[in-house]
Design a binder for this molecule. Structure first.
Ligand code: SER
Length: 335
């Protein structure tokens, strides 16, 4: 694969770059931040040095179509990972920027592919559980909390609107034969890199606090909050495996992918089993992010991804926590 990773310095991008380089792919990267200031910190610059890839990191606006066109042509990219995004909480605070970063930049990438349609460039786009929203007339949301791949997508955040619109726009470009667009709906993602302004950040905050030995933390969610989560290693592998899946086997352009769905309280209990004395002070509700979380499915049904491109997750809750407590501590030691 000749990959171009846009938004390479973010929570997903840093781990995707590590995975792609480690798997021997040719990778070019763009981000507003220099590698050493990415979500992975100085470790990112060290990683690029190790692979001799430092000069393929471009500190540039990854949402600027002119910049992207230059990089696509220079590196003869066959696959573009479009990762720049404002998440659910920050998107509500700055809707104009959310639309520009999430949507207009995707449109720019798709138009670029259209102009080079003979190359059939793949565009891999992370969608989200935020693409779902309350079901009209169904109090309590999804039946048994489970959203199947094709259930109505009626998000209540602008972030979710950009994800649904992105899925549909990409599918239309694919239908016209202009871009090979593919998308996964990610759950909340957990890794050693700090997240950036989402509603699922409560879980990342709990993990970071436990790893750093903070034994009493305040969170913004209720104890019974339950949404889907996934280890970042599973998430980036999903992006790459979907990119590599033979087109003939795919019947759709957007896929649910699932891993685990612990409640916030179950996550805290699993952390407390490893960090003695770890306790969480729960919120009674009221934070806008709680409302977004309550509007998302508690569990995703990912049967089409399993059937059509062999998706499966590898990290259950215990393995995820053991791995990430270690990864956060080791990242802290190098920051
Ligand atoms: N993690 C995202 C958010 O909370 C969901 O995709 O906004």
């Amino acid at each position: 694969m000749r990959a171009l990773v846009l938004g390479a310095g973010g929570q997903v991008g840093t781990d995707l770059v590590r995975f792609l380089l480690g798997s021997g792919h040719a990778v070019a990267m763009a981000d507003l931040r220099p590698a050493a200031a990415s979500a992975a910190g100085p470790a990112m610059a060290a990683l690029l040095d190790r692979y001799g890839a430092g000069d393929r990191w471009h500190t540039a606006d990854a949402t600027d179509a002119t910049v992207v066109a230059r990089l696509v042509d220079r590196y003869e990219a066959d696959t573009i990972f479009h990762l720049p995004a404002l998440l659910s909480a920050t998107g509500e605070r700055d809707p104009e920027r959310c639309w520009a970063v999430n949507m207009e930049s995707l449109r720019g990438v798709l138009d670029l592919c259209r102009a080079r349609s003979s190359r059939s460039i793949k565009v891999i786009f992370p969608s989200s559980i935020a693409a779902f929203g309350p079901l009209p007339g169904v109090p309590g949301g999804y039946p048994d909390g489970v959203a199947s791949n094709e259930i109505g997508l009626l998000p209540s955040t602008l972030y979710g609107v950009t994800k649904v619109a992105g899925e549909l726009l990409g599918a239309w470009y694919a239908h016209r034969g202009w871009a090979d667009f593919r998308s996964v709906r990610f759950p909340g993602l957990l890794s050693a890199a700090p997240p950036g302004g989402g509603s699922t950040d409560f879980a990342n905050e709990m993990l970071f606090a436990a790893a750093r030995g903070e034994t009493s933390i305040q969170t913004f969610v209720r104890a019974d909050t339950r949404v889907p989560f996934m280890h970042m290693d599973d998430a980036v592998r999903a992006l790459v495996e979907l990119a590599q899946a033979p087109a003939a086997g795919l019947t759709r352009r957007a896929f649910n992918i699932a891993a685990i769905s612990p409640s916030a309280e179950e996550l805290a209990a699993a952390l407390a089993r490893r960090v003695p004395g770890f306790t969480v002070r729960w919120s009674a509700g009221g934070d806008p992010r709680q409302g977004f979380l309550d509007s998302w499915p508690r569990v995703l049904d990912d049967a089409p991804a399993r059937e059509e491109w062999g998706w499966h997750h590898q990290f259950d809750l215990d393995r995820l926590i053991d791995d990430l407590l270690g990864a956060i501590r080791s990242a802290d030691a190098h920051r």
